[in-house]
Write a protein that binds this ligand. Structure first.
Ligand SMILES: [Zn+2]
Ligand SMILES: [Zn+2]
Length: 314
């Protein structure tokens, strides 16, 4: 008998949440890597699919192997592909152990891979784009763990100056007075692995336009597993969805203990119809494909198909 071929390509999950793409792969215990190319960041690197290389920054949520296993390879490939030295932010406690891990690779490979690793404290920020910063938010997962939020900083005219002419405003500024204030706009937030905790109700999560949230367990009998592993359970979602204003909540890190169909059914059971409509699962390829097709149709665009490097007319 001729044996079965292996799966020739591991499919990545993809959701277009305008103006951002959310793409990657996430299965509890096996691997999580979620890239948002437009924000120059990839969250976690349980393994390293090729597309993750294009982000110059990786934000590691915690040290479990399914979130960090691809990190040394990512550093190495970025340099090999001449994409520049990769930069990694992580919980402060992991800075030293991750640097030790990179040092351990030197005698194995007999060469040194350049890298940057920076440990972050709760509420510390790093720059993602000229006016967008990534803020670390402490989470609860039984080990040092961080969630992250991309926040846009917008300079706004002070309300009391509204209606004044350009010349008047310039005169006030020339006198040395400030005429603007800075508005923080949470764009996208990532929970990493965590149990239900107060920080999930912070404004960075409540006001983000897109939330990428772990939700590991769906079966009612798996509440204990969620508690012990410090993960979210689908029954935690109603409270979170009430607090989160996001148009799109992308669920990650589902355990293989429930099928996608069972998981979707439970989401629809525990949430109101409106809230359930806002929730998507990164790895639900079939529904995400239909959603993308509808987005294409709505835009009047057709998908560009590329076969063997050439564009094929649809
Ligand atoms: Zn995990
Ligand atoms: Zn974990």
């Amino acid at each position: 008998m001729v044996p079965k071929r292996p799966l020739l390509c591991e499919r990545l999950g993809f959701l277009y949440c305008p103006p951002w793409r959310v793409q990657g792969s996430s299965v509890a215990g096996e691997g999580t890597v979620v890239q948002v190319p437009e924000l120059n960041v990839v969250f976690d690197l349980g393994w390293c699919p090729r597309m993750a290389l294009s982000s110059p920054l990786v934000a590691i949520s915690h040290g479990h192997m399914d979130h960090v296993g691809g990190l040394p390879y990512w550093f190495s490939q970025r340099v090999f592909q001449k994409m520049g030295v990769g930069r990694c932010v992580c919980p402060a406690r992991l800075e030293r152990p991750l640097m030790d891990m990179m040092a351990a690779w030197v005698p194995i490979e007999n060469q040194e891979t350049p890298y940057q690793i920076h440990g972050m404290e709760h509420l510390e920020e790093v720059q993602l784009k000229p006016n967008v910063r990534l803020r670390a938010i402490e989470m609860h997962h039984g080990t040092a763990s961080l969630g992250y939020a991309a926040i846009e900083y917008r300079s706004k005219l002070k309300p009391e100056l509204a209606g004044r002419s350009q010349r008047e405003i310039r005169e006030i500024r020339d006198r040395g007075e400030t005429v603007t204030y800075t508005l923080e706009i949470p764009l996208l937030a990532y929970t990493g692995d965590t149990q239900r905790c107060a920080h999930l109700l912070r404004p960075e999560f409540c006001d983000a336009k897109v939330v990428l949230a772990e939700c590991t367990f769906f079966n009612p009998e798996h509440r204990d597993r969620a508690r012990i592993g410090r993960h979210l359970h689908v029954e935690d979602l109603p409270e979170l969805m009430e607090a989160w204003k996001a148009d799109t909540v992308v669920l990650l890190h589902a355990s293989r203990r429930s099928s996608l169909e069972q998981a979707r059914q439970r989401i629809d059971e525990v949430l109101s119809e409106d809230d359930a409509r806002r929730v998507h699962m990164l790895m639900d390829h079939r529904r995400n494909r239909a959603r993308y097709d509808a987005q294409l149709e709505e835009s009047g665009q057709s998908e560009v198909k590329v076969v063997d490097g050439s564009v094929v007319e649809p």
